[in-house]
Design a protein around this ligand. Structure first.
Ligand code: ADP
Ligand code: ADP
Length: 228
């Protein structure tokens, strides 16, 4: 029961750089996986292709039972909006929208019915921030809003690209604890790109990339083991 599966993914950009050189991996439903590797090893490209934000040059991507790589642009966008959540390093909140409006935005984009975000905002410790603008929040709070936004459509999978990259250690730990809760409490699947061994140690397992290829994996990671 894989939430995400990629088969023999290749990605060569227009400038001739090969970012993915034959990557196959499966992300089981209800697991939290960290993807690590040196800068330029293809982590972001893997995430973008697996999430349907970019198209691989060759290979296949499955989310749930659907082959994204066999789906046309507009259908892929629709699928992504309904079934995939994103968390980015720089939060990507819209500055003119309140916390609640930011959280509800993916429902609007997906054409899904509006819902009351109170429960989720309360769970993420943002219950008293509902009507604030992002500029009034700390980095950790902003990232928690982004996690709430990623959850609101109840997607099968959430992709997080360096979600703690801009946070101090304490906020980072809060966000990582939340991502674990997203998996173990909400039953979602999280795939997180990070270069931080401490962040990776919050995941159930770690995949390592080097030069666009899978270079190893680690189950039940510790920060010490990941750093080696
Ligand atoms: P990582 O996330 O591990 O740092 P990336 O996936 O961002 O790696 O990049 C992998 C390789 O692809 C790098 O050599 C990078 O310079 C190149 N690359 C990434 N995005 C693009 C792009 N849009 N156009 C051209 N080359 C790119
Ligand atoms: P595109 O312009 O490529 O069709 P969208 O308009 O769907 O992309 O999304 C615009 C930006 O919002 C992208 O950076 C995308 O990664 C992000 N995004 C898309 N869907 C969601 C979502 N459900 N939650 C949070 N961010 C999203």
């Amino acid at each position: 029961n894989d939430a995400v599966r990629v088969e023999s993914l290749y990605k060569t950009y227009d400038n001739g750089v090969t970012a993915l050189d034959g990557v196959s991996a499966a992300f089981a439903s209800g697991t939290f996986t960290a993807v690590m590797g040196p800068s330029g090893s293809g982590k972001s490209t893997l995430l973008q292709c697996a999430a349907g934000l970019d198209e691989p040059t060759a290979g296949r991507v499955f989310i749930g039972g659907t082959e994204l790589t066999a789906t046309k642009d507009t259908a892929r966008t629709k699928f992504r909006r309904g079934r995939v959540g994103f968390v980015f390093q720089d939060y990507n909140l819209l500055p003119s929208l309140t916390v609640e409006q930011n959280v509800l935005l993916p429902l609007r984009l997906a054409g899904k019915r509006r819902k009351d975000p109170k429960a989720i905002l309360g769970r993420l410790g943002l219950g008293d921030r509902t009507h604030e603008l992002p500029e009034r929040l700390s980095g950790g709070q902003r990232q928690r809003v982004a996690v709430a936004r990623a959850l609101v459509t109840e997607p099968a999978v959430i992709f997080a690209d360096e979600p703690t990259g801009a946070l101090d250690m304490r906020s980072a730990r809060e966000v990582l604890t939340l991502l674990r809760a997203v998996v173990h409490e909400f039953g979602r699947t999280v795939v997180m790109v990070t270069h931080d061994p401490v962040a990776a140690a919050h995941a159930d397992s770690v995949l390592f990339l080097a030069d666009g290829r899978l270079a190893g994996s680690l189950a039940r990671p510790t920060a010490e083991a990941v750093a080696e």
